[in-house]
Design a binder for this molecule. Sequence first.
Ligand code: DGJ
Length: 694
Amino acid sequence: MTSYRRWTLRTENTVYTVRLSPDGPWAELDAWGPHGAEDGPSALDWSRRTHFVTPADAAPAEYLPHGLRPFGGADLVASRPGAERGVWWDFEDARTEEGTLRLAFHDAVLGLRAVLCYATVPGTDVILRWTELTCTGDEELRLERLDSAAVTVPLTGPARLTCLTGQWSQEFQLTQLDLPRGTFTMGSLQGVPGHAYAPWLAVQDGQADAAYGVALEWSGNWHITAEAVPGGTVRVRAGRVPHEGAVVLSPGQTLITPRLACAFSPDGLDGLSRVWHRHERHLAGERLHRPRKVLYNSWEATGFDVDAEGQLELARAAAGIGAELFVVDDGWFTGRADDTGGLGDWYPDPAAFPAGFGRFVDEVRSLGLDFGLWVEPEAVSPGSRLHAEHPDWVYRIDNRPGRLVRNQLLLDLGRPDVQDFVTGTLDRLLTEYDVDYLKWDMNRPPTERGRPGAGPADRLDLDAQHVTGYLRVLDHLRTAHPDVTIEGCAGGGARVEHATVARTDVVWPSDNTAPLDRLSIQYGFLHAHAPHVMSSWVTDAPGIFDPRPRSLAFRFVNAMCGVLGVGADLRAWTPGQRAEAARWISRYKEVRDVIHHGEVHLLGTPDDPTFGVQYDHPASGRTVVAALGTGRLDGAPLVPGRPSRLRLRALDPGARYHDAASGTTYGGAHLLHYGLPFTWSAGHDADLVVLTRR
Ligand code: DGJ
């Protein structure tokens, strides 16, 4: 019998039930799982016997401050300046509306109200959680920790964590670790989510398939911390990390934390990835249905050596193989002969475009291509005119040397005048020239992060201000230039999280475009992000981490797993290579709606002889399978060999599926039980199979 108040949030397939604790003034998790999981005594319940700790430390608390939860790790640390740290609040009230819940707690002595907020995301199995903190007293508050939320994952065996780790050029590596006891923390102090860890974590019960996941919607500093707690659960806390160690909250002021998306799937990491894909489709809104055009980007072909003639030669070759969009990357503006100059002075280089940039854009467009431009709006080169005119716009600490990273400095985008400059610059470029596509890059983290003359640094929430400025400019672009497609990029994949994904159309996962390296990057990426946001290029690049050569077909099938682009130096390609490229691009155009909008199943791992991605599009009755042979062959013709096989998933065992290319029809049960056969050879290492349900 329940003698306490409970609230249940229902998503498509899951429930998330919260109750007021019978043990103290906090909310705690009662149930999280499939529909019906809330029907019965809570699996998170504990014996109510504690030795040496308090009930608040033992409870599966949703959010507890330091003070009330003395030992188990607090989600909020608040104090008045110079006074004790600690919050001892009481429950105030609960408000519910369709799909939302708000639970308010108030500490009248300290003068702090905290509202725990919940909202379901329609059409998904995602619950959003965040916290609103208001200073209700006469004195300001100092918030040293201000997490968004904590979630307790009920486990019956040792916890297995999955995260996405890496470095520049090796982002999104799927990494797993067991956490029998102790704490695992990841995060970034780089002012962007960073290359080292994605703000995404999955927790699984060692003995069950179910997978729980969290993802933080924040483009700045962050942490996600998982702690295996003595009672046998794992408690995950997540939130932003203040730049100066604390945030000041003035009387009457309310701070809203970033949202933490919480997802559940009974079907393991693969099922969890589909929950995240659906969520990102929801984040895209109307723009989900904008076709992602086949891009050509000249960066890997020409580097900084950009001029009208060379670019037009590439554009003609790109149009010839069926590309639909031509993007001029870094190097098109004045002073940008290499990475030491030019950033901030966003005017086309007249020497490189002697007939005028507008004329150049028109010539590209006359080839039937859309036109795209690279920018790095937050960056400034020390020798630029912008820096000479506005040295105060750059992050800097008085009397301290500034450091260059990639020979450049970073603008303080938290300043309204810098935001206006960036908005004005982009408006000018997008109206003066016929631009359909903007690639927003960011290549250096803030190092000496201060704002001279703006008062004590510990009163400036610089990290949040930068994020606010960045999102404000992106929001402006979406409303003022709704037809311009936006690509998010940060020296590869250092700024991929839900706030960016919601405001861009595609993101660039990594600068590493080598085939097998890319495969493992995309494998990790697709666990957290949807194919319609995954920009991927076919290039000539050799592998940095895996130099085994792969065919052109492999490069195409690999890049077709998301939003296809080409970044190779087409000038050096033979007519045969161009013809093959044209065939792949034309096949891609036929199936891209299935790839971008279908349900994804990841078939195996890149360590298997054959790795595949299956996309099901029930509305059109089509299933597309991208199959990639990673290297091992079957020994034929020297020894008896059998083809490598990819077992498909989630098909109707009683239906029949036809592969028009080979003329073969398979029973659904056959494909589920035996799988599609692939006979790889040295020259044949990838395939794209399109099955139509009969
Ligand atoms: C880093 C990006 O990730 C690359 O794609 C390219 O745009 C370079 N910057 C240009 O400087």
